[in-house]
Structure formats: structure tokens, C-alpha cells
Design a binder for this molecule. Structure first.
Ligand code: SF4
Length: 195
């Protein structure tokens, strides 16, 4: 006989956010990006606009709920297929550097806490995330947690886990699904006092 597996799920939170004003807003626009990806900018955005209109006025969509077709991680392409984007530096008025924003989140983790950002295979991270994809974690992480740093002639993956603001992007976006985010000990993490 197979042992029974018991998993706790926080179903209440899922149901509550979907019933909230935010959940209702998101439901009305759910098909916009899938339509855009499928039919291109001109037709896709036109259909997306039509879909938002029927959702808002009649509460329904002729498309139902469209899927994206692939996961966020699968949508990444090798760096060689793209040109780097030169983003303007933060101006300190409307845009801010990442570490200032981390400071505002009052994120706090014990220095010696158990690892809550787990890289399953470091060699794969170097061979693929760094060498093929150009180290996207150094850009998509809003807290600047991940860095590729040269040490003794080798690129070393540095994880500044104490800055993590628990957005879980790395768990979702890593091209090889090689990063596992787990809750940190004792509820440590960001404290958004004004939210
Ligand atoms: S969970 Fe978010 S903030 Fe934390 S390391 Fe991953 S991407 Fe960065």
C-alpha cells in the first residue's frame, strides 16, 4: 500500500485575492498578453482591446481564458540572439537603484540562517545560466541578490541572500529551473511597514 501524502495548501488566500478588486481587474485583462504573443502587435493588441471591452461590459470573453503556451522560464532565449540594452542610470527622483529600494523594504535575514535560495547544480548554473543566457538573474532579481564575480580567473556565482525580498522571480524565471526558493526561517524577509 502506498503511503498517503498530506500537503497543506493555503486555499483561503487564493480564493480571497481572486474575489478582491485586484483579482477582478486582473481577470478582465487575462487574455491581452496571450493574444499579443499569438497575433502580433497590430492584430493582437486590437483583439486584446476588444476582449477587455467585452469583459468589462458583459463580464465574459469569447476566447475564454487563453494560455501563454510556455512558461516564463521557457521564454528566455540565449544571450547571443539579442543585443544588450543600455538602460539609463537611476535619477534618484522617479527611478532608484536596487539597493536603495531593498533598504526601503526593511528586509532582514540572519547571516547564518539555513539557505533559502537553493541552487541545485552550480556547474549547470555556470555552463548554462552564465555562459548561454548571459546571467539573467543578475538583472531580473529586483534586489540584486545574484552576481557573477570574477575570482582567481573564474566566474563565481555570489548569492547575497540577506537582501532577498521574496518575490520568487528566480524560482520562476531561471531558464533551467535550477533555483529553488523556500520560505526563510522564522518569517524573516521584507517588512513593508507602509503597505
Ligand atoms: S526571490 Fe526575488 S528578490 Fe529573492 S533572490 Fe529571487 S528574484 Fe531576488
Amino acid at each position: 500500500m502506498q503511503p498517503s501524502v498530506h500537503r497543506d495548501e493555503v486555499v483561503g488566500i487564493e480564493n480571497e485575492w481572486r474575489d478582491s478588486e485586484i483579482g477582478k481587474d486582473l481577470k478582465r485583462v487575462r487574455n491581452v498578453k496571450p493574444l499579443w504573443s499569438r497575433f502580433g502587435t497590430l492584430l493582437g493588441i486590437g483583439l486584446g482591446g476588444l476582449d477587455m471591452w467585452t469583459n468589462t461590459l458583459f463580464g465574459l470573453s469569447v476566447f475564454g481564458t487563453l494560455k501563454h503556451g510556455k512558461t516564463d522560464a521557457q521564454s528566455l532565449e540565449p544571450a547571443a540572439k539579442h543585443k544588450p540594452i543600455a538602460y539609463p542610470k537611476p535619477d534618484g527622483v522617479l527611478t532608484f537603484d536596487r539597493l536603495s529600494s531593498v533598504f526601503m523594504s526593511s528586509t532582514n535575514h540572519e547571516e547564518d540562517q539555513p539557505v533559502h535560495l537553493q541552487v541545485r547544480d552550480m556547474e549547470l548554473q555556470k555552463r548554462s545560466e552564465h555562459d548561454v543566457y548571459g546571467g539573467p538573474s543578475t538583472r531580473y532579481c529586483p534586489a540584486g541578490v545574484y552576481e557573477w564575480v570574477e575570482k582567481d580567473g573564474e566566474e563565481v556565482y555570489v548569492i547575497n541572500a540577506q537582501n532577498c525580498v521574496h518575490c520568487k522571480t528566480c524560482d520562476i524565471k531561471d531558464p533551467n529551473q535550477n533555483i529553488n526558493w523556500v520560505p526563510s526561517q522564522g518569517g524573516e524577509g521584507p517588512v513593508y511597514a507602509s503597505m
